[in-house]
Design a protein around this ligand. Structure first.
Ligand code: F6P
Length: 339
């Protein structure tokens, strides 16, 4: 088993479920690879049994560690993976991760590795599953923060910009914006016009209202040619390090409207700490389903949530397309409360 990519509340709950079901149901011996695909490349492992997983259900993060290492970007990385799986007598691999980690799993499966995937990302942007664990926790963390920011925004009559995670899709922003009563929510799917944002804020304040909360997803971007965004470093999967749109937005709002504006970047706080009950249950269901898939020989598959049921979908399909925010939710519900 391995956990790859950004950590996520509920990873330990998945592994605990795999271990319990596997060892008690079939007498499986479970081995964890440390730090995602890096542990497979380097042959770095730790045994995972019921005792090792005890007490981890409410713990955030991952007891195995994680990384964004991509064996396909390392010289001889794939061969080293195959060799270390053989050396450790691995009969099946459960890869718990997002688009990148599962993309590697899909490619390795095509090369003969017996792998089952479990979807993980707080961003909830994997198209093959209706929900990923960690998303509910991240949204709750954002809503708690927004509730607190409301009171300070009111006391000082300020505009509060809250930057949340969401690289390609604005699920966290949309849910947090609706649940937190945001004045406006900006998401990657809908490039924003700074002029429109500012005039909506001015209109609201002219009507006598104040203390506006603007939620912005880290991957949101201005309409082409309106504002310049700084670009950051890239990781092994070619992702730019995000985090900064909030500062740019706050500076523009303050200078264009004259309203005192502050920014809060929630960043990795959204990924930390204890998973909600919902995420613990979903993670546990995924873990049980993953080890059952292994015993059914359902390799090259990922467990997923569809219409409330746990199903299996081909890994290739799971990493093929991103799930974006449903316009019916953004335009039909979130936008109703703008200004
Ligand atoms: O993919 C999940 C995610 O939380 C993104 O929303 C965010 O852009 C990224 O991880 C941040 O990753 P890192 O931990 O590498 O800074």
């Amino acid at each position: 088993m391995l956990t790859g990519g950004g950590d996520c509340p509920g990873l330990n709950a998945v592994m605990r479920a795999v271990v319990r079901r596997g060892s008690r149901g079939w007498g499986d011996e479970i081995l964890g690879f440390r730090d995602g695909w890096k542990g497979v490349v380097e042959g770095s492992t730790r045994p995972l049994d019921v005792e090792a997983m005890r007490g981890t259900l409410p713990r955030g993060g991952t007891v195995l560690g994680s990384s964004r290492t991509n064996p396909f970007k390392i010289d001889g990385g794939v061969e080293r993976c195959q060799q270390s799986l053989a050396e450790h007598g691995v009969e099946a691999l459960i890869a718990i991760g997002g688009e990148d980690t599962l993309g590697v799993a899909a490619k390795l499966h095509e090369l003969g590795v017996k792998v089952v995937g479990v979807p993980k990302t707080i961003d909830n942007d994997l198209s093959a599953t209706e929900l990923t664990f960690g998303f509910d926790t991240a949204v709750q963390i954002c809503v708690d923060a927004i509730d607190r920011l409301h009171t300070t925004a009111e006391s000082h009559d300020r505009v509060m910009v809250v930057e949340v995670m969401g690289r390609h899709a604005g699920h966290i922003a949309t849910w947090a914006g609706i649940a937190g009563g945001a004045t406006m929510t900006l998401i990657p799917e809908e490039p924003f016009d700074i002029e429109e944002v500012c005039s909506a804020l001015i209109e609201r304040h002219t009507k006598g209202r104040f203390a506006s909360i603007v939620v912005v997803a880290e991957g949101a971007s201005p309409k082409a040619g309106t504002l310049e965004l700084a670009s950051g470093e890239m990781d092994q999967f070619g992702h730019v390090r995000l985090g900064g749109i909030g500062n740019l937005l706050a500076a523009e709002i303050e200078s264009r409207t004259g309203f005192e504006t502050r920014v809060t970047i929630l960043g990795h706080i959204q990924r930390g700490g204890t998973p909600t009950a919902f995420d613990r249950v979903l993670a546990t269901r995924f873990g049980v389903a993953a080890i059952e898939a292994v015993h059914d020989g359902a390799f090259g598959q990922m467990v997923a949530l569809k219409a409330g049921e746990i199903v299996r979908v081909p890994l290739r399909e799971a990493v093929g397309e991103l799930k974006l925010v449903d316009p019916a939710l953004y335009q039909g519900v979130a936008e109703v409360f703008f200004h």
